[in-house]
Design a protein around this ligand. Structure first.
Ligand SMILES: *[C@@H]1O[C@H](CO)[C@@H](O)[C@H](O)[C@H]1NC(C)=O
Ligand SMILES: *[C@@H]1O[C@H](CO)[C@@H](O)[C@H](O)[C@H]1NC(C)=O
Ligand SMILES: *[C@@H]1O[C@H](CO)[C@@H](O)[C@H](O)[C@H]1NC(C)=O
Length: 340
């Protein structure tokens, strides 16, 4: 009993569904080919509207290129140069005592007049780790809803901007990118690209317009190469040592050695002798800043010659001792031989 009830309910539900879809289908039996169009501003467009049912007349209602009513089963809307941004187009048919219509979605697009890149409120070189803003200006593009601005650093996509405005006429749009460059970015090329993604009906591949490349210069404070310059340099009397201070930086650093208050040596290399003071400073400077490294000269009290002669004397002493032991042992062994 209950099963019958549910069965009936099911049949009712299905018939309801069928009648709904059925009535929807014969609401307006018109076919558009293509079903939607994407056309370049000023381009040509042509869409067929057809039916397979008897009717009392069909045609196109359009703000540009309307087509008067015909008794044929096919009517074509055709505009050789479409220049109306907000165009509204429908195919209609007088059918079964009423008029039914089918709407044709039309997207008119226009590629930008220009795409340009610039730095916001800044000119010239950038300082490492500071923040800067880049700007991409896209002029006269439509529809903005299908516009994407891609940001590139070299060949790498670094950011993307999409727009949600629904305006159909051409607009100017700006996208911004914040960057915090480091020294490795010196010479990096930034650029942006406007892309109109208009879907399957649109042009393939999607039209793109790139900006110029913006090459950035990144300045940074000198960094002294510590691997090549130890903080303590041992020096033996009579043996001068050459030490080198190398530094990286942008702009290229100037390198000098401060030997004492009134002796500055403008050179990367410095020769240390007995008379060099113990405290030295390598000074690397550029327009960004100054980096200083202190180097201590450790003078070995005795000269190398002295140490060498001391070592030689010590070696001689060892040989003499060894000789004496040998002679003494030999004497002892001959002595014992005699005693036997
Ligand atoms: C016209 O519409 C009526 C009711 O809406 C429907 O019964 C009839 O079948 C339709 N005629 C045609 C030719 O589709
Ligand atoms: C876009 O910018 C250009 C140049 O600055 C200007 O001539 C034009 O009127 C602008 N268009 C719109 C829609 O604001
Ligand atoms: C382009 O914009 C339209 C609205 O104008 C939107 O319906 C459509 O999905 C967009 N196409 C793509 C490929 O993003």
């Amino acid at each position: 009993m209950l099963q019958h009830f549910f069965g009936l309910f099911y049949l009712l539900a299905v018939s309801q569904l069928l009648s709904f879809t059925g009535s929807h289908a014969d609401e307006c039996p018109l076919q558009l080919n293509p079903q939607r169009v994407v056309v370049k501003y000023g381009g040509s467009v042509s869409v067929d509207c057809s039916t397979s049912v008897p009717h009392k007349g069909m045609g196109w209602e359009a703000s540009e290129g309307p087509v008067p009513m015909t008794r044929d089963s096919l009517t074509t809307w055709r505009v050789p140069e479409l220049r109306e941004w907000g165009i509204e187009t429908t195919c209609f048919m007088n059918y079964n005592k009423t008029q039914c219509t089918v709407y044709l979605p039309v997207t008119i697009y226009k590629t930008p007049d220009s795409v340009s890149i610039s730095t916001v409120n800044h000119n010239g070189p950038m300082m490492e780790r500071n923040q800067y803003e880049l700007q991409c200006d896209v002029l006269n593009v439509a529809p903005v809803q299908n516009l994407t601005v891609n940001w590139y650093k070299g060949q790498t996509l670094v950011d993307q901007t999409i727009f949600t405005d629904t305006i159909k006429t051409p607009v100017n749009k700006t996208s911004k990118l914040l960057i915090r460059p480091d020294r490795a970015d010196d010479g990096a090329q930034y650029w942006c690209e406007a892309k109109l993604e208009l879907g399957e009906e649109g042009p393939q591949p999607p039209p793109t317009a790139p900006s110029e490349h913006l090459s950035i210069t990144v300045y940074f404070k000198p960094i002294i190469n510590e691997a090549k310059l130890p903080s303590i340099v041992p020096v033996f009397r009579g043996y001068p040592v050459v030490i080198v201070c190398e530094a990286e930086g942008n702009p290229k650093p100037t390198i000098s050695w401060s030997v004492n208050t009134n002796n500055i040596v403008y050179s990367e290399t410095l020769t240390i002798t007995d008379s060099t003071p113990e405290d030295l400073h390598c000074i690397a400077s550029n327009s960004v800043g100054i980096t200083i490294r202190r180097v201590k000269v450790s003078k070995q009290g005795k000269s190398l010659n002295y140490i060498l002669s001391f070592a030689a004397a010590f070696a001689l002493l060892l040989i003499i001792i060894a000789l004496l032991i040998y002679v003494w042992k030999k004497k002892q062994s001959t002595g014992s031989y005699r005693s036997q």
